[in-house]
Write a protein that binds this ligand. Structure first.
Ligand code: HEC
Length: 121
């Protein structure tokens, strides 16, 4: 085999399998999908009311609701965070936050993806 074809073969195999499959990659894609759902006007639309100041991709200064920040520290209990998104009226019957789960705006899986994203904020 000529050297150039050997180099080509190595580069081609690296391009095909750039990284080994693993938790980090899996988690990153979950976070990306959660971010997409949270930012999407037709899905979470969380940024209509909440700022997410530590996410450079969240270009909003919305100030209707508390900023989504320090989420892991403030919502260490994943169930409490899930409940807030599923039906915010449980905690505050007067809330203007939509009951995303109860009204089937978001599925359980979508809420879980959004929580993975929120835990990076
Ligand atoms: C229409 C405005 C609105 C939208 C859209 C909205 N929220 Fe809220 N959210 C609020 C308000 C207002 C509060 C403050 C508490 C209350 O009124 O119940 C709140 C509270 C919260 C809290 C608790 C915050 C804290 O610091 O205690 C979390 C977490 C949260 N929202 C997450 C989300 C997520 C995630 C989305 C998108 C899936 C979202 N919200 C969409 C209005 C909104």
């Amino acid at each position: 085999m000529r050297l150039s074809s050997l180099v080509f073969a190595i580069v081609a195999s690296l391009l095909h399998n750039p990284l080994p499959a693993g938790d980090v990659i899996e988690n990153n894609s979950r976070v990306d999908e959660g971010r997409r759902l949270a930012h999407d006007f037709d899905k979470g639309n969380c940024l209509a009311c909440h700022a997410a100041p530590t996410d450079p991709q969240a270009i909003t200064k919305a100030n209707i609701a508390p900023p989504l920040i320090g989420m892991r520290a403030r919502f260490g209990d994943r169930q409490a965070l899930r409940s807030q998104i599923w039906d915010a009226a449980k905690r505050n019957p007067e809330t203007i936050m939509p009951p995303f789960g109860r009204h089937k705006i978001l599925s359980n899986d979508e809420i879980e993806l959004i929580i993975d994203y929120l835990y990076t904020l």
